[in-house]
Design a protein around this ligand. Structure first.
Ligand code: TXA
Ligand code: MG
Length: 330
């Protein structure tokens, strides 16, 4: 098969190829994709063949406008529209429940579908010219580096597909962020062009690709896990905790603070609200989350003992680190 390469002038022809069940590689802002009609199972199957890709790896479905989202996904939550409004067209793929008539071949056997609106004029023109939702993995041979230039695609796909649309070097250069919205908390499955910090501008809570819960807080953003809803910091000594406590009270009239720590830590502190979590790391660990939950209801500022760094305290310090976004006074 001869593989034609060209730009804008080939878009109508490229659209026709897709509509008729063929494959066209095209530029997006992330990497080049290998496009097929997402609703044509045979066409999609040939994508897997051209790439040498395992068939259980789902493809992203590309649409040209958010108004087409319900053509490919159902039960679309409000937050999906908010995300799309902010980040689309752009390097964000959101995973939603798939519509019944979208072939399982496209979704790698899953009942969900990854959808995105690419931010590249040729990609959008191709989708429009084809009149299809276009499934597209990166246009490389499976296992090879994703293509950011048409020549990379040509290297891998020459003779295997009828057309490569040439749209210059891709601007983002890495693949889209894949965000799963089918569970209670939006979860990043693949980090990419849209960072977790950017997502937190729209989402209150998001789980990053390492499984950490990120909670956005105004002003600005803090990277937190197990994070209380109120302001929280660590303190390495009772004296430091007391100073931080008094500093907070004098700057915030009418607000309340608390110091939470082990018996030894809090017993040396005078005239402050304290919570004693127990005599040792094990006791404190068992109390930490309930103490935080109670304290966030009762107080405006939580100062948490930062335990001495040793192997006994590693686990509790890890949680405290996450609760306080790593912020601690001496
Ligand atoms: O930037 C990109 O996303 C590029 C351009 C062409 O849009 N596409 C791309 O596709 O990187 P691909 O096939 O190389 O990677 C798609 C990723 C895979 O990690 C796949 O597992 C995940 O998205 N994915 C797609 N649909 C999914 C679904 N329904 N559930 C979970 N993960 C999904
Ligand atoms: Mg890929």
């Amino acid at each position: 098969m001869e593989t034609i390469i060209g730009g804008q002038e080939l878009v109508e022809q490229a659209g026709k190829i897709i509509k008729e069940g063929g494959l066209v590689a095209f530029p997006t802002e992330t990497v080049y994709g290998l496009g097929a009609d997402a609703f044509n199972a045979e066409a999609v199957k040939s994508t897997f063949v051209a790439k040498g890709r395992p068939q259980d790896n789902p493809l992203i479905v590309h649409i040209a406008d958010v108004k087409y989202i319900t053509k490919v996904a159902k039960n679309v939550p409000e937050v999906a529209y908010k995300l799309m409004e902010k980040f689309s067209p752009g390097p964000l793929t959101i995973v939603l429940d798939k519509v019944d008539n979208l072939p399982l071949t496209t979704t790698g056997g899953l009942q969900t579908v990854g959808v995105r609106i690419p931010n590249h004029p040729l990609a959008l023109a191709l989708i429009r010219a084809s009149g299809c939702a276009i499934s597209a993995p990166s246009a490389n041979t499976s296992g090879r580096i994703s293509p950011t230039e048409a020549s990379h695609v040509y290297e891998d796909m020459q003779g295997k597909i009828p057309m490569v649309l040439e749209g210059g070097k891709t601007s983002v250069g890495i693949e889209s962020t894949v965000l799963d919205l089918t569970h209670d908390i939006p979860t990043v499955l693949r980090p990419g062009g849209i960072t977790v910090a950017m997502l937190s501008e729209v989402l209150d809570t998001v789980v990053d690709h390492k499984g950490e819960v990120i909670i956005a807080q105004a002003p600005g953003m803090k990277y937190k896990h197990y994070a209380p809803v109120c302001k929280c910091c660590g303190a390495k000594s009772p004296k430091g905790a007391e100073q931080e406590y008094n500093k907070f009270l004098s700057a915030n009239t009418g607000k309340k603070a608390v110091i939470i720590g082990s018996t030894a830590f809090v017993s040396s502190i005078k005239q402050c609200n304290v919570v004693d979590m127990g005599a040792n790391a094990t006791e404190c660990m068992s109390q930490l989350f309930s103490a935080l939950r109670q304290a966030e209801k009762d107080y405006d500022y939580i100062i948490l003992q930062w335990f001495e760094d040793n192997s006994d305290n590693f686990a509790i310090n890890n949680r405290i680190h996450k609760s306080t976004a790593g912020f601690a006074v001496e």
